[in-house]
Design a binder for this molecule. Structure first.
Ligand code: DQQ
Length: 569
């Protein structure tokens, strides 16, 4: 009955959406539809994506026997979410990737309706183990364990699911809601020799990171208390919990603890579709996380990325001693357009991540390996004054596939507009887009600009005076990015913890056909945008620096590169 009702709806409303509780949109009638469009202006040149179909969360990233492994949520049959398996690619440098066969796919009752997100843990014997969420025949979320069939194979091609699965499950006794119990983290080992792992959960509207402990990685017992929980935050998807060093950029293994260690808890809030993180202290005796500031005011909780970026996960690269962050960047195009292009979703460029010297926030920076793709460098030699209202074209690079670094000196604070009261930075950015002249801003980059400037994606700064101090706003304005108005054209924004009287405002944008990843303040804030220009595509795209403020600003540095294509899948 329910199925036939869905079919009838599907005939009249071809993109009929069925929302199963708390996760992706479910377009039942489109889950197995493939397309073979040859016109592909939006495929990326150096961002990770498979040749076709839907992808979402990165899963189980790790470095093993000299190879980086990326598993990811994948629909082998179509360009919308569904039929979910773990696809698998490997890389020597986090940039060029080779595909392998699917690693984990429905094969036992505990995952027969889907293999959802999870994480890898390198056990003390050096072998990896994967915990992931399976959907059982009753559509309940349970946690399963998979181990490599042959741990001496650096490609880790085949995975064996242990017969004891599921290793964690909702029961009447534990009262866990079976549709809100998913996404195990990488485990860490306590001094008592017991592993700990977190599972994302909610009860009513309280988001929780449930804590489980195990001596052998097979038998898991739920702790009395979650590691942390917060009222009103809804379902916590893809939690991540890891240590960072207080005065160093080096990463450490997930089990490291001690006097110079702080801990980070990241959760992907299903209600907001953003990744939020808290910095705090892990009390290993009580197995509790005490954040410096909690979720009381969600608007002031830090985010990895203030644009399109979700379900991220970190891992420790033990050879290069760094922690790497991977994240899913969804499309901003309509479902109809995704079906036409035959694919949906990319992975962001892997980012190194560490604690800022202030201890108040994290810093993210594209992994250094990406610089191998840089070609045809251009550099503006001297400090250039960018007059009020001026726009200069950056020539000599392939503007649709580029890496650009620019820094501005903006010191005429007398001219900065006064912001009397705090406003949501995203709202402020949409009110004051790139075309709205201000005292000290907007100045920044126009990416994917068409010759007639009918299309462009602007990323820019605007400085306000707030409580007699400079306040820097950073915006990524998509409102003019495409003549195709079916796209999500949301403008993104954030305030930056940078004092422009003491440091220049730096911006680095990774531009790649339909994505602009912008790192501001040397990585203290990041905004990722998905855009689909209709005119400014491939060789037609242009790049500019602009200053539409009333005051002049100085460009103190501009370096740009064309980016070579990465070998991906
Ligand atoms: N995606 C997975 C879930 C996770 C969600 C399903 C987050 O495990 O909670 O594809 O995007």
């Amino acid at each position: 009955m329910a199925v036939s009702r869905i079919c009838v709806l599907a005939i009249f409303f071809p993109f009929f959406v069925l929302n199963i509780e708390a996760t992706h949109h479910v377009y039942r009638n489109l889950q197995s539809v493939s397309s073979s469009s040859s016109n592909q202006p939006y495929r990326t040149g150096y961002h990770f994506q498979p040749p076709k179909n839907w992808i979402n969360d990165p899963n189980g990233p790790m470095r093993y026997k000299g190879l980086y492994h990326l598993f990811y949520q994948y629909n082998p049959k179509g360009a919308v979410w569904g039929n979910i398996v773990w696809a698998h690619s490997v890389s020597k440098d986090l940039i060029n990737w080779s595909p392998l066969n699917q690693a984990i796919f429905p094969s036992q009752p505990s995952d027969i309706n889907g293999c959802w997100s999870g994480s890898a843990t390198i056990l003390p014997d050096g072998k990896p183990a994967i915990l992931y969420t399976g959907i059982n025949p009753n559509n309940q979320q349970v946690q399963n364990l998979a181990i490599p069939k042959n741990a001496s194979d650096p490609f880790l091609k085949e995975w064996v699911k242990i017969p004891q699965n599921p290793v964690m499950a909702p029961t009447r006794a534990n009262g866990i809601n079976s549709s809100s119990f998913r996404d195990p983290t990488t485990a860490w080992l306590g001094k008592d020799g017991h592993y700990r792992v977190l599972i994302g959960n909610k009860r009513d509207t309280t988001g929780k990171a449930l804590l489980y402990r195990s001596k052998d990685f097979v038998h898991w017992i739920e702790a009395k208390h979650p590691l942390y929980s917060a009222k009103g935050t809804g379902m916590w998807e893809c939690p991540d919990f890891f240590p960072v060093l207080s005065k160093s950029m080096f990463g450490v293994d997930t089990s490291v603890d001690g006097p110079f260690v702080r801990h980070v808890l990241k959760v992907s809030l299903d209600d907001k579709k953003h990744d939020y993180y808290l910095i705090g202290t892990y009390d290993s005796k009580k197995d509790k996380f005490i954040p410096d500031t909690g979720f009381q005011n969600i608007d002031s909780v830090l985010r990895y990325d203030y644009g399109k970026y979700y379900a991220s996960k970190t891992f420790f690269d033990d050879v290069k001693k760094r922690r790497i962050l991977l994240g899913w960047v969804n499309e901003s195009s309509s479902v109809a357009d995704d079906i036409k292009k035959g694919w949906s979703g990319i992975q962001a460029i892997p980012r190194a991540i560490w604690l800022h010297k202030s201890g108040k926030q994290l810093v993210q920076w594209p992994v250094v390996e990406i610089e191998k793709l840089r070609a045809n460098p251009i550099s503006w030699p001297t400090i250039k004054v960018l007059k009020a209202g001026q726009r200069l074209q950056v020539t000599g690079v392939t503007a649709a596939q580029a890496d650009v670094e620019v820094s501005f000196e903006a010191k005429e604070f007398k001219k900065a507009e006064v912001l009397d009261y705090w406003m949501d930075p995203q709202v402020l950015c949409s009110k004051k887009g790139a075309t709205v002249t201000g005292g000290l801003g907007p100045f920044g980059l126009l990416a994917f600009a068409s010759k007639d400037l009918k299309e462009y994606t602007s990323v820019f700064f605007r400085i306000f005076k707030h409580q007699n101090k400079p306040l820097v706003l950073f915006c990524s304005d998509q409102s003019r990015s495409s003549l195709n108005k079916n796209n999500d054209l949301t403008t993104y924004g954030t305030f930056l913890d940078v004092d422009p009287s003491h440091e220049n405002l730096s911006l680095r944008s990774l531009i790649d056909h339909s994505v602009v990843e912008s790192f501001e303040g040397e990585g203290r804030a990041v905004i990722t945008a998905r855009v689909y220009p209709t005119l400014a595509i491939s060789d037609e795209a242009q790049l500019y620096v602009f200053n539409y403020a009333d005051a002049d600003v100085k460009i103190t540095r501009l370096n740009a590169w064309s980016m070579k294509k990465a070998r991906i899948n």
